[in-house]
Write a protein that binds this ligand. Structure first.
Ligand code: UDX
Length: 459
């Protein structure tokens, strides 16, 4: 099948490259000449484990990239994988989606049926918006000459290829039988996993887990599929905010949130995922998706108060981290805080919306000085937070130099094996606050650190 993917970012590049690896001639269209040149040069436009390797294996063979829309006329399936950032009022900004729909309308083949697939996270009802734009621009008739379906992405940054090739489920919202049949054909290799071992051997250089069960291919209508995505992210955010609040209660009770989460997770109705304590959730998805979902519910006068509570609890968790440092150090005026991790989670360079973006200004407002290090996200963080007065360090250990606290916000694996002996020697106060309960507390305490986690006893 000839696939075109509009958008070469976190969703579009992963989607396009994956369908190329599955044997479809695939062209990724992006307005950024830089992104297109990177892909055509065998480079990944984003930091995503395993993506560059697949690009190198497929570019010029089944994968192509361009800034032009002419290829739309040949395409059988066109994915819209562009960003839907948060607008000032908190709703999803559909400018990029509408622009993509217009360009598709201008170039769509008028002599054959074309399927358009919303892969981006889009508010319920966007399928109709895309359909009306394409129809208006091209003069074609929806559901006759073309159809728009919803196929939400459930990709976690840092493990996106795992989520493409080994998903729990594939959700397809379609209102047209032809559209359903095309999508079933396109996704057949992912559902049946025929000859998957050959695909993995040829294309994968990342660590993957092969789930026991094959993915569930789930069909529904377009609007319902669009809502499934928001409801899923909204619930995951609720789950994290729940365990983060329990962590605060554990600190009062002297109980261990790690054991609480483990004990809860053994109940198959709860599950053990997304119960890891943090300084709160962030990223380019949860904040925008929870905000859009909540606003949607308000607009329909059926407020999702639990989602709102999760949003509020999340900001409270960012504040709690600063309050905890104050409880240990006292007044922060004149103190220095060394921060490990600026990205919203490990294994990504995405620092567009992160915990640090909220916690650092709070610390600065109290008179603290900030040193920071991140293995992949410093450039992006600087770009999105140009006014923050931060000393960016060349290496992680430097955040401890003459500092009063090492604050771990993102649990990059390499932070486990830093030269902690050097760090405890250069700190003014040997205090480490590990907001992910990630580090080896016994080892750090032996070195002389005052170790604190979140929701765990500080012996
Ligand atoms: C999320 C959804 O997981 C994915 O299905 C959707 O397609 C896009 O949004 P992503 O935003 O990449 O993916 O990251 P995710 O792994 O979900 O983490 C989101 C935030 O929650 C991160 O800040 C992460 O550190 C935090 N988190 C995650 C926790 O604090 N605790 C957890 O147990 C899990």
């Amino acid at each position: 099948m000839y696939v075109v993917c509009v958008g070469g970012g976190y969703v579009g590049s992963v989607t396009g490259v994956s369908f190329a690896a599955l044997g479809n001639k695939t062209t990724v269209i992006d307005i950024s000449r830089e992104k297109v040149d990177l892909i055509n040069g065998g480079k990944s436009p984003i930091y995503e484990p395993g993506l560059e390797y697949i690009i190198q294996q497929t570019i010029g063979k089944s994968l192509f990239a361009t800034t032009e829309y002419h290829c739309i006329a040949e395409a059988g399936v066109i994915f819209i994988g562009v960003e839907t950032p948060t607008a000032p009022d908190g709703s999803a900004d559909l400018k990029c989606v509408k622009n993509a729909a217009t360009s598709i309308g201008e170039n769509i083949n008028k002599n054959k049926f074309t399927l358009i697939v919303n892969k981006s996270t889009v508010p319920t009802g966007t399928g109709e918006v895309v359909s009306s734009i394409i129809s208006e621009v091209s003069g074609l008739i929806p559901e006759k000459d073309f159809s728009v379906v919803s196929n939400p992405e459930f990709l976690r940054e840092g493990s996106a290829l795992q989520d493409v090739f080994f998903p729990d489920r594939i959700v397809v919202g379609a209102n047209n039988q032809i559209a359903k049949e095309i999508m079933r054909e396109l996704y057949k290799p992912l559902v049946t996993r025929e000859n998957y071992h050959k695909l993995c051997e040829r294309y994968f250089n990342f660590e993957w887990e092969t789930p026991e069960k094959l993915p569930i291919y789930f069909e529904t209508d377009v609007r319902t599929a669009e809502l499934i995505k928001y409801a899923s992210n909204g619930f995951l955010a609720v789950k994290i905010s729940f365990i983060n609040e329990v962590a605060k209660l554990c600190e009062k009770l002297g109980t261990n949130v790690l054991d609480v989460a483990k004990g809860m997770g053994l109940d198959s109705r709860i599950g053990d995922k997304f119960l890891e304590v943090s300084s709160g959730w962030q990223g380019s998805c949860f904040p925008k998706d929870t905000s859009e979902l909540y606003l949607l519910s308000k607009n329909y006068e059926c407020e999702l108060s639990i989602v709102k509570a999760a949003i509020d609890a999340n900001f409270a968790m960012h504040r709690y981290v600063v309050e905890k440092i104050i409880r240990f150090l006292g007044c922060l005026n004149g103190k220095t805080i060394g921060i490990l991790g600026l990205t919203f989670k490990p294994n990504t360079d995405d620092a567009r919306k992160t915990q640090a973006e909220f916690i650092i200004p709070h610390l600065l407002s109290l008179g603290a000085s900030i040193k920071a290090f991140d293995p992949q996200g410093m450039e992006t963080f600087k770009k999105f937070n140009p006014t923050l007065d931060i000393k960016y360090c060349e290496k992680a250990e430097d955040v401890a130099q003459r500092a009063d606290c090492v604050l771990l916000l993102t649990h990059w694996q390499e932070f486990m094996n830093l030269n902690w002996q050097e760090m405890v020697n250069t700190l003014k106060t040997p205090y480490v606050l590990d907001t992910r309960n990630f580090l080896n507390r016994e080892k750090l305490q032996e070195l002389g650190f005052c170790y604190q986690g979140l929701g765990v006893k500080s012996k």
